[in-house]
Design a protein around this ligand. Structure first.
Ligand SMILES: C[S@@+](CC[C@H](N)C(=O)[O-])C[C@H]1O[C@@H](n2cnc3c(N)ncnc32)[C@H](O)[C@@H]1O
Length: 331
């Protein structure tokens, strides 16, 4: 799989994103209208990251239902997924000040900026962000706000916002969120349990014991990607870089696949990652060739959008310069 995601034009986009994060972090250091009681409630969680992830998920689920969020699992999971893209824990203070009406724009911006850098994975994660475009009503936004506040007070950013990919790959918050919501919302549901991290960590150790550089890791029943997380950490423990490996994973469930796509970004698996939704038993290659073709098309589309935007900006600059020249000549 060619490394088509790393795209030169993105130096500029990346720089803008970083500037924006810095600005927001600076804004966040100013006094905020959060109360002392709210600040005290925010804790730090130095303990076991897996238990911490479960705790975040359980509290988020409780907040969602106590605010009458209903059976739309995509909304709370999509909200937590969006928050997990922040790489600046200080942004928490700013997020807590946002009004209900600001939340859809915030979420659109988060998913939009992620689309610029990883359109392939953000397209697969569509089941987690399509709802933002459906103009959520006030009632739903109240539940979304409760989810955001609960996640922050329960230390979500301790798990997901670290600059170091190793630190933010210590646990999977989306897995207990997905399985927990499923058990509560969908009575007919078959019962989804993801492999406990201790087991997948052990399996990863065995898998990569004799690993050769550039191996392909293939997961045909991906869940939210727990096995990928364990293998990535085992590689990092050996001083190896997950970016040098190819990660191919699919799941029959759209929401699980979407969670895995988000996790692939949070855990920084790298540019040679393809995740797609397909039944592994339906075709010989479990939909791999179709998924790779779609991935290439999405990346080409993104490239065309960015090129067009840069072209338009250059044209506007040239027209501005021409205007000034003409004004100068007329004076
Ligand atoms: C027990 S979970 C394991 C998830 C993950 N591998 C882990 O270790 O945590 C099983 C997963 O397999 C998926 N699955 C079941 N049948 C499948 C099929 N025919 N094709 C692809 N995925 C399937 C389910 O949707 C579920 O997410």
């Amino acid at each position: 799989m060619s490394d088509v995601v790393q795209f030169d034009l993105f130096g500029e986009v990346e720089q803008k994103l970083q500037e924006r994060t810095r600005q927001r972090a600076q804004e966040a250091t100013r006094p905020r209208p959060t109360t002392a009681a709210q600040r005290r409630k925010r804790k730090t969680f130095p303990g076991d990251p897996h238990r911490h992830a479960v705790e975040v998920a359980e509290n988020v689920i409780a907040a969602w239902f106590s605010h009458y969020g209903g059976n739309r699992m995509d909304v709370p999971i999509g909200t937590i997924a969006a928050l997990s893209f922040f790489r600046e824990p200080l942004v928490a203070d700013w997020l807590l000040t946002l009004e209900l009406a600001q939340l859809p724009q915030l979420l659109r911006e988060i998913w939009g900026t992620q689309w610029l850098s990883r359109p392939d994975l953000i397209e697969v994660a569509r089941p987690l962000h399509d709802w933002v475009e459906e103009d959520p009503d006030e009632h739903q936004l109240r539940a979304v706000q409760a989810v955001i506040h609960t996640a922050i007070y329960n230390g979500l950013f301790d798990l997901t916002a670290d600059d170091d990919p190793y630190e933010r790959s210590e646990a999977d918050v989306l897995s207990p969120l997905l399985t927990g919501l499923r058990h509560k919302s969908d009575k007919k549901w078959r019962g989804e349990y993801h492999t406990p991290a201790s087991v997948s960590d052990l399996m990863a150790e065995i898998l990569i014991r004799d690993t050769t550089h550039g191996l392909t890791i293939r997961e045909p029943a991906l869940g939210s990607g727990g096995m990928f997380r364990s293998v990535a950490q085992a590689l990092r423990d050996r001083g190896l870089n997950p970016h040098d490996y190819t990660w191919l994973g699919n799941d029959i469930d759209r929401l699980a696949t979407a969670c895995a796509a988000v996790n692939a970004i949070v855990w920084d698996l790298g540019p040679k990652t393809a995740i797609w939704c397909a039944n592994s038993l339906a075709t010989e290659d479990a939909g791999l060739s179709e998924a790779l073709a779609q991935r290439t098309a999405v990346i080409q589309h993104r490239n065309a959008v960015v090129e067009q935007a840069l072209f338009e900006r250059k044209a506007r600059r040239l027209l501005g310069a021409l205007d000034q020249l003409l004004e100068g000549a007329a004076a």
